[in-house]
Design a protein around this ligand. Structure first.
Ligand SMILES: Nc1ncnc2c1ncn2[C@@H]1O[C@H](COP(=O)(O)OP(=O)(O)OP(=O)(O)O)[C@@H](O)[C@H]1O
Ligand SMILES: [Mg+2]
Length: 278
């Protein structure tokens, strides 16, 4: 990793050059590079095990790439951030967070914990009128104000997801990072949650969306990076990437794409069904 204070140019959200990264004994990335500009909402699309969550952990700082003098990873033009400064630039909503949260924490505490990027709130943390007002405002926007006193563990998956989004939004970050945003949500909750994502993008937020569900890529996404086995298979506009040929190659399976109202639906294109013996 390069150790100079600043790398990348202004206006660059993410600049990864030539990195190598492991999860346990598994090497997920080798000589991996990716640049994303601020303002360009982007989906990272790839099959199970392609390295999407690993990439997300590298961006959030939960995982570090291997040290090498010719590799670098910078966010917003800087390669070193503390959590405190980063929370006002980048909001993260992930499954891991949903699982890590204490079941007994009241919804309001989950939201307030965003001010400290902590799991739950602690006695030494100070919250004034400004913090409570902001938490109220964000909960009202997401329709969860009435659930503020409920224990996190007693909330439905969809409600929990909204509380974690509220936790990220209290800091007004310009960029939001989502890992599989609709997993575990029923149809209505998925559509409502995706509508929220769209509203956030229309209000000027940049979204990085990590997913293997093609249908959860909204029309506001401007770029799709296809990830396969830790490498960028293809990278371009949704018009270029969301074709039957490209998706069949990405998922290594014959697929047919149908576009409807700007959203992509995918169907199997097997002649006689896949060869499965039970
Ligand atoms: N803790 C770990 N120890 C060892 N290998 C791991 C660990 N976590 C992930 N891996 C491996 O790293 C690779 C990339 O995993 P990753 O979770 O980034 O994939 P993904 O694209 O997010 O998949 P999914 O769509 O299933 O969430 C996989 O081969 C996975 O088995
Ligand atoms: Mg994943």
């Amino acid at each position: 990793m390069e150790l100079s204070a600043f790398t990348g140019s202004a206006g660059t959200l993410l600049d990864i050059r030539n990195i190598k990264a492991f999860r346990g004994a598994t090497q997920v990335f080798d000589a991996f590079s990716l640049q994303i500009d601020e303002g360009c909402s982007t989906a990272i699309l790839g099959p199970n095990g392609s390295g999407k969550s690993t990439l997300m952990k590298l961006i959030s700082g939960e995982l570090h790439p291997c040290f090498s003098p010719d590799s670098s990873l910078s966010l917003f033009g800087r390669n070193r951030w503390n959590v405190w400064d980063l929370r006002s630039r980048l909001g993260i909503v992930s499954h891991d967070l949903q699982h890590e949260y204490l079941a007994s924490a009241p919804g309001l505490n989950v939201v307030l914990s965003g001010f400290y990027s902590s799991i739950d709130t602690w006695r030494n943390q100070v919250f004034g009128d400004r913090e409570y007002r902001k938490a109220d405002e964000v909960m009202a926007m997401l329709g969860i104000g009435d659930l503020r006193s409920r224990a996190f563990g007693s909330l439905s998956t969809g409600e929990q997801r909204r509380f974690l989004l509220a936790r990220a939004l209290v800091n007004d970050p310009g960029t939001l990072l989502f890992d599989e945003p609709t997993s575990g949500l029923d149809l209505k909750a998925s559509f409502l949650y995706l509508e929220l994502l769209r509203k956030l993008m229309r209000s000027g937020k940049t979204v990085l969306l990590v997913t293997h569900h093609v249908h959860e890529i909204p029309p506001e996404i401007r770029r799709i990076v296809m990830l396969r086995e830790g490498r960028v298979l293809a990278d371009g506009s949704p018009g270029e990437m969301l074709s039957s040929a490209m998706l069949s190659a990405l998922f290594d399976c014959p697929l047919q794409v149908v576009m409807q109202s700007g959203s992509c639906q995918v169907f199997p294109a097997f002649q006689d069904g896949p060869d499965i013996s039970l």
